[in-house]
Design a protein around this ligand. Sequence first.
Ligand code: BGP
Length: 478
Amino acid sequence: MTFPKNFLWGGATAANQFEGGYDKGGRGLSSLDMVTNGSINELRQITRSTISDKYYPNRKASDFYHHYKEDIALLAEMGIMIFRMSISWSRIFPKGIENTPNEEGLKFYDNVFDELKKYNIEPLVTISHFDIPLNLVEKYNGWASSEVIDLYLKYCEIIFKRYKNKVNYWITFNEINAGVTGVSSYQGLGIRNEGTISYSDVEDDPQIRLQALHYQFVAAAKAVVMGHEINPNFKIGCMIGSSICYPYTCHPKDIIHAQERNQLYNYYCADVQVRGEYPYYAKRIWDNENVSLHITKNDEEILKKGKADFLAISYYATMCVSATQTGESALANLNLDTLRNPYLEKTDWDWVIDPDGLRFTLNEMYARYQIPLMVVENGLSAYDVLDENMEIHDPYRVEYFKAHIRAMNEAIEDGVDLRAYTTWAPIDLVSAITGEMKKRYGFIYVDFDDYGNGTGKRYKKDSYYWYKKVIASNGESL
Ligand code: BGP
């Protein structure tokens, strides 16, 4: 099995789930600092409450803020070539509206990028990974307001200029299609609904949500144009959370249903950002949702000018949809009205495991877009156990990655132009959906529990040594 010579092996994180230090270095509150943790079936809350039984996991997360040197050294020892991370917007503009940025925040990322450079690790920076300064949620209801476009661009300008010689790869928004379905409007769009994040039952207004998403498209396109002016070598990509929908049966109605779902979940956002215009089927989606979007001529022009340089995807699972049947969901606690595929195993967290689906997804995306692809998230969450010898044996994770790496290799042999693979996540961090630390993904264990108790010490899991060999052999030694 061979991967291209310049293939980039790496790992992916996000500030809000990994960085911590929420009140350090002049940082302002971020939207996601206000979200409590909640187990798999509970609703997480968005609250300013200081009641002692509330814990806000993102505030401490894995405390990369204080551990970055140690963490980067561990990643370098593993051999990673690319590190996906995000900048916390409210560390740069604490309230989102200041005229001058927070120098201490900028300096923190200088230090991180310099540390990465020491080991020749390429940063891949997500500009907004589900976060926005809290002040912009309170003042504007997040991306529901077009005012936020210019504030985002001001933030982009500052970081593009500051890091123009330190960062080559950028992603404008994490999983921008999170804003399509309404399952996570607060995370994706900073829109506050009734004070709670429910992953099944958000009070949702599609008119506000899809218009907000349009503002993100415009902001992303403008950022692409601006970034290329600041440094023509920048590669600025868009990113979607890919979850291809299979028809549950070969009944033609199921096939049509799956096609429509794929258009909505998987292609609507990428079509706009890669092709530079809304797809032909957008009107059907708007009509179904009974929305009418305000799109100006200028918007249309900028979408055409600011097309993404590459398409990044996260990949965890596929889904099945049926025109007539209902049943167990493909992704527990993301109630997307999908069905579980009976042929597939599940993770500890009830997500289906489908390596062939990754090959299929990469082929579908490449056939459609014909631009370089990156898999910037893929990984297995599990209840890892730190044993009495302070070791973690995680053969299940190795099996998972082996199968997915094989699938990527098959896709490359199919002819797909896949450039990079950053696993979610090389170091344990808190879950985006539940806020729990025990939903672990890392090659490196972090000794914190769901409430931030613990030493914060890092321990290499068995999978750490395995991935090190994979990278050293460019994917040959699985
Ligand atoms: C993606 C997000 C990540 C990450 C991942 C896994 O949607 O981009 O931030 O968290 O999902 O989800 P979770 O952490 O809830 O298991």
